[in-house]
Design a protein around this ligand. Sequence first.
Ligand SMILES: Cc1ncc(COP(=O)(O)O)c(C=O)c1O
Length: 384
Amino acid sequence: MQFPQKHTAAGTTIFTVMSALAQQHNAINLSQGFPDFAIDERLANLLGEAARTGFNQYAPMAGLPALRQAIATNFAQRYGLTIDADNEITVTPGATYAIYAAFTAVLQPGDEVIVPEPAYDSYIPNIEMNGARVVPVALQAPTFAIDWNKMRDAITPRTRAIIINTPHNPTGAIWSKTDWDELANLVRYTNIVVLSDEVYEQLVFDGERHYSVLEHAELRERSFALYSFGKVFNNTGWKIGYCIAPPAYTQAFRRIHQFLSFTVNTPGQYALAHHLANETRPTVGALMQQKRDYFLRLMRDTPFTIHQPARGSYFQIASYERISNLPDMEFAHWLTERHGLATIPVSAFYSNKKDDKLIRFCFAKKEETLTDAVNRLRGIETIA
Ligand SMILES: Cc1ncc(COP(=O)(O)O)c(C=O)c1O
């Protein structure tokens, strides 16, 4: 049987490769983006309560009303935004799914989608699976800011969508209000739809703040904003997220969603609804900042160079320019096999595998994990 090639990505993702290599070499795994510490016990208890009290059958297609209402209230409290829980919020099995559903709702074969790179690895396959063409635009190291001239040059009459990710995986860069204004200037008088991947919205450091596309009144009218509870409550394995979009966009989104998963596991939604309603203080940002700071302090005693501390997200990029000239893929393999530490080579986030000799560390880990990890880097030898 010949199966059609729906996308151009490699058979196995770098995350699977590095995690398998980590296991094989008994390495500490700072490659994949997930926390290695326990979730809030109240949230765990709510999940049990949901199952015991009968929340075990299909939830409504758009999501449990209590969860959609809790999300709307939470956005009103944190951003002062009014969001219609019935017509603008759809609960999804994670943000990756929501991104796929949003692309599927808008794309037709032959459309073009602008993707700033490096980029989260699902975007390009999702675009290609819809028969559309990816137009990559390189971000500028070391700040990974957008080059607005390059963005402007990338737009053609076929451009149907642009995907933005702030705070950014893998670079930890964040968008300012001015970036959103620049984007609005570019897309005004076009039919370009914005997908705004804001899964790390609560992980912003040093007193800075996240600017959501939803706060930009003009862009909000043409945007899908995508979120993940996994990154807020440290439960990535629950795979529950949501999409916020204007009513017409939400309808188009639900036309796809109702024939993909139709609905999302009910006990998880129940638990999140109650937890979100009671836990209005954002705490995960302060926790992750502590972890970032701890990791950066430890890294000072290693030959790695940090050109730019992460301003948000779970991730810190570091240069190994003082250690090796190896291509980043080879360097990451060597680091795992020889020193027992798994990371992700940043070239994996570029469609042309651009190699700036950078690797990505995930610092969303217990302090002992970070200490053990960086201990393995002390006194690391240079390698040609
Ligand atoms: C930028 C970005 N978007 C989306 C996701 C996925 O979120 P979820 O686990 O809810 O599918 C991730 C997870 O690593 C991510 O880094």
